[in-house]
Structures are given as C-alpha cells and as structure tokens.
Design a protein around this ligand. Structure first.
Ligand code: PGA
Length: 253
C-alpha cells in the first residue's frame, strides 16, 4: 500500500510567531486518532522552518518540509538555502519545482533535476511538482508537457533513488484560483503520471509512488478528489493557512 500524504504549502505567509501559532492550532484541532493513515507535512517559509520542526519534534505523523532549495550544497549563492541546511533545521521534505518557482524564478527542468539529486543525497524527500498552465490545457498538449517535466526532472534517477520521490500534480490554472480540477481530470492525469513511472521503473515502483493533487483543494472537495484511485493525497496552499480547514482535509483521507 502506498502512503497517503497531506502537505501544507504556506508559501510566503506567516511570520515566525504566526507559524508557531498555526502549528499549535493545527495540532490542537487534530483528534487523537488522526491522522490515521496520512503522513502530514507542513512547509513553512525558511525562516520558521527550525522552529516548526522543533514544535513537531514529538509527533510521529506530522513532519516539516521546505518550499525550495538550491542545487549546490554550499558556496557563493547569496540568499540561497541548501539541502544540508534544510536537513539541519530538522525538516524531512522539500517541495521542488512549484509552478510559482518555475514561473517567477525561471526554474528549469534541468535545474530541478539537479535539485532532486542534492535533496536525495541529503536523505530528504522531494515533493516534485508538475502541472500545466491554462493555455497548454486548452491546446490539449498537457500530457506532453507533463511527460517532459517528469522525464527531464526525475527520470535520470536510479530506481532506488526514485523510490523516495513524491510527485505533486498541480494544474497551474487551479492554483489559488478557486478553480479545482474535476475528480475525473485529476484521476486522468494521475493515472497518466503513474503510467510514465511504470514504463520507466516498472510496476512495483509505480504502485508505490505517492502522487498527490494540488490546486484549490479544500474541505468541500477533498473527499471526492482523495477518493480517486490514483490520487494519494494533497498539496494544499490557501486552505492550509486556516487550521480548521486543513484539519478537515486531513480527516477526509
Ligand atoms: P492552493 O495552492 O491550494 O492555494 O490552490 C496549492 C499550491 O500552490 O501548492
């Protein structure tokens, strides 16, 4: 059985104090038996990462993650953060290739391939984002784009490295727009991604790789999306900033 993953992407929101407050609120709203089957990951801004990790220290099912990292381990890259630093802050996961990073910071598939290498070499787990903008969906070339993003970003990995990867399918047109992919659209893309993995790494690895959905997931649509056979969880932006909403989504697993 592959894992269910519910990850929160706080993006550039919350000061250090606000981050701690949100963690405490989230923990207090989680009933003792939750998350039953889900691994929950909170990805705050870098500045709060060590504090959030500390606040989650005694928790066995809620972990912390970063929203990005550099592809080198150290050096003259002013303003950047390495995978080793992220690890030293107590985090276990790193979001890579979020569409906002691809769009506003010009991240390329080639850079993401290198980032995946450094993240894995530090023993961290990449949450690798892929997804198509609206014009690509409208021109019906979204399968090709996804294939390119995944092939160039991940398929250089050896099988034993790839086994650690989580993939997040996030249609760009559904991120922060309130426009959610239908359950059928999500399932279709997740199935396609799993098919690509099967061709590259075989049936067993394809069956084990968590593929999570992101894009306006909220309490009202989480259950439907999460019940799709190839949707193994969610990457949640806006709704993760409200503890009650985020906990409702966790309960929908
Ligand atoms: P959203 O963001 O839930 O606010 O649409 C998801 C994401 O960007 O990861």
């Amino acid at each position: 059985m592959r894992k269910k993953i519910i990850a929160a992407n706080w993006k550039m929101n919350k000061t250090i104090n606000e981050s701690i407050h949100l963690v405490e609120e989230t923990l207090s709203l989680l009933p003792a038996d939750h998350p039953r089957d889900a691994v929950v990951i909170l990805c705050p801004p870098f500045i709060s990462l060590a504090k959030v990790s500390e606040a989650l220290q005694n928790n066995k099912k809620i972990f912390s993650g970063a929203q990005n990292c550099h592809w080198e381990n150290f050096g003259a890259y002013t303003g950047e953060i390495s995978a080793a630093m992220i690890k030293s802050a107590g985090a276990g996961y790193v979001i890579l290739g979020h569409s906002e990073r691809r769009q506003y910071f010009n991240e390329t598939n080639e850079q993401l391939a290198q980032k995946a290498n450094t993240v894995l070499s530090e023993g961290l787990i990449p949450i690798f984002c892929c997804g198509e903008p609206l014009n690509i969906r409208e021109s019906n070339t979204h399968f090709e784009l996804l294939q390119e993003q995944i092939t160039k970003g991940l398929f250089h990995l050896m099988e034993d490295e790839f086994r650690h990867v989580i993939i997040a399918y996030e249609p760009v047109w559904a991120i922060g727009t309130g426009k959610v992919a239908s359950e059928e659209q999500a399932q279709e893309m997740h199935e396609f991604i799993r098919h690509l993995i099967r061709k590259q790494y075989g049936e067993e690895v394809a069956g084990l790789t968590p593929i999570i959905y992101g894009g306006s997931m909220k309490p009202s649509n989480a259950r439907g999306l999460l019940s799709q056979p190839d949707v193994d969880g969610g990457l949640i932006g806006g709704a993760s900033l409200e503890a009650a909403d985020f906990v409702e989504i966790i309960k929908a697993v």
